[in-house]
Design a protein around this ligand. Sequence first.
Ligand code: ATR
Length: 285
Amino acid sequence: MNISGKTRICGVIGDPIEHSLSPVIHNAAFQELKINYVYLAFKVKPAEVANAVNGMRALNIRGLNVTMPHKSAVVKHLDRVDLSAQIVNSVNTILNKENLLFGFNTDGVGALKALKENGVELKGRKVLLLGAGGAARAIAYALAKEADEIAVLNRTVKPAQALAKVLGGALTKKVTVGTLSPSDIALDLKDSDILVNATSVGMKPHFDDSPVPSKLLRPDLAVMDIVYNPLETKLTKEAKIAGAKVINGVEMLIYQGAASLELWTGKSAPVEAMRQASLKHLMKV
Ligand code: ATR
């Protein structure tokens, strides 16, 4: 890496941020593309979000990813927000274009691409989405655009109801809601084709947790987990044993990262280099 006066800066803001994989995948991509960019992780407390966004302007930082817990909080500090990010009130990517800040959400397209690149089609299908947080909302909107039907189940039902209202208003699709109780999951999973876990259940150090009872998993399901640490979660392990098609969290991570990188650099993202860098890093930790 050759840092010079011309190096363009990108990064991610969040709290906690130390375990983010984004610096690993983006710096690997910049290296592969041989472009003079660097990507850093910035720990930003909730009270500092406005200062961080204004700092991006002041320091001419080219691009930022936004992660927990700031995806909604940044929205009001931006100059323009892409329609799909507005609809789900969640921004994970900021582009600084001549001091105007543009907000996007690449979580949705990342999840859609992760499914499609792994051979899962959405048309005519029912999706069962677990979670209604920042990532889940963006994923729900992107998947609901293409799928026939979507069910959103969340630990607390209120955010799921709010999301269903947003989806129902923006798209003419059947949307049902419920909780993460085994009975709600069983009911909705019965006629679903695709299961997506967008909750943090199963994330390190909770290796032994899965949001779905293993007896409900079937060979004709496609199961995608957005949790990428551990690489193999209890859910994906059990889905594999049940004979389901499994897409791990690294897939969505790299495709959302690829979409962000393309916004900042205008270049086609080197997805395979990004995948290899994340897998190598995850094998070490
Ligand atoms: P992200 O940006 O990753 O989506 P988030 O907005 O904080 O993060 O959303 C986290 C999601 O995981 C939410 O759906 C949350 O459920 P609640 O809305 O009920 O909080 C879900 N979640 C987190 N911990 C959970 C747990 N232990 N059991 C079930 N769901 C959990």
